[in-house]
Design a protein around this ligand. Structure first.
Ligand code: ADP
Ligand code: MG
Length: 275
């Protein structure tokens, strides 16, 4: 079988796309679970007030639970809010609660409002005895202060793209925002990965969209495509990722393949860099 050497630096990816319903949360939790199944230690930070990532990871996130809100607004250490997903001892979640809906406004008047998440994450990574291989941040659909906190904390941007009409529309706006972040807040942030999702191979349109995205971003798009699959959409209502819900399904298999690619790309980049 394939084995990986997870001994490099922690990779922090923000999963973003300012469109809603394109598969951000689905990609975050299933990539995280797939990476954990390969042996990586993975933390998901749920930055969406809807808390769908927390739900899918089977982590309690009702109003009284300590959450990422407390980290951003009241400077709780991340260690105080992180929970282990029942799915895997390698899979962790910093949950969101309903309180996060107010954070976008509350952050406006805070000191270092764009750096709150980065500071908390750096402090956690510097002090914890349990190293992490990946941190995946699930963003809300807007380009507000929560998303800016994610961009400031991350080294890599991963964009899930739904293989439907207008897939590229709005992408230049997102990339423009990234350039602003690079210039003013986080020079290290770069678009590392694009994942084509909800692919329906029976339609010519899906093929055309995939070709168009690959033509624009030949180095960023993963070879693996995530097909549209009922098992993927069912899993969250059981408080599970598709990896745990139906590990042999086409959705689970493709998310595992995408995770292998994500790991492999970094490892080959490291090797080339060393030569
Ligand atoms: P976002 O976080 O970008 O708003 P979601 O991840 O919540 O998007 O996905 C939007 C909807 O599409 C959800 O109902 C989800 O279950 C469904 N979905 C996402 N990926 C797939 C897929 N590969 N196959 C079928 N349904 C999917
Ligand atoms: Mg979402």
């Amino acid at each position: 079988g394939i084995s990986f050497d997870f001994t490099g630096d922690t990779r922090v990816l923000t999963i973003s796309n300012q469109k809603g319903g394109v598969g951000k949360t689905t990609t975050t939790v299933n990539m995280a679970a797939a990476l954990a199944s390969l042996g990586a230690r993975v933390l998901v930070i749920d930055l969406d007030p809807q808390g769908n990532a927390s739900t899918a990871l089977g982590v309690p996130h009702t109003a009284g639970i300590p959450s990422i809100y407390d980290v951003l607004i009241d400077e709780f250490p991340l260690a105080d809010i992180i929970q282990t997903s029942p799915e895997s001892p390698n899979l962790f979640c910093a949950p969101s609660t309903i309180h996060l809906a107010g954070a976008e406004i509350e952050l406006v008047s805070q000191v270092a409002r764009e750096h709150r998440l980065r500071t908390a994450l750096e402090e956690y990574l510097a002090t914890t005895e349990d190293r992490l291989d990946f941190v995946l941040i699930d963003c809300p659909p807007s380009l507000g202060l929560l998303t800016i906190n994610a961009f400031t904390a991350a080294g890599e941007l991963m964009i899930p793209i739904q293989c439907e009409y207008y897939a590229l529309e709005g992408l230049s706006q997102l990339l423009g925002s990234i350039r602003m972040i690079q210039k003013h807040l986080n020079p290290a942030l770069h678009l590392s990965t694009i994942l084509l999702t909800m692919y329906d191979g029976r339609t010519r349109l899906a093929q055309q969209v995939a070709d168009e995205v690959r033509a624009h971003f030949p180095n960023e798009v993963l070879h693996t495509v995530i097909p549209r699959s009922v098992r993927v959409s069912e899993a969250p209502s059981f408080g599970q990722t598709v990896i745990a819900y139906d590990g042999q399904s086409v959705g689970a298999v493709s998310y595992r393949e995408a995770a292998v690619e994500l790991v492999h790309r970094q490892q080959s980049a490291t090797k080339e860099g060393a030569l």
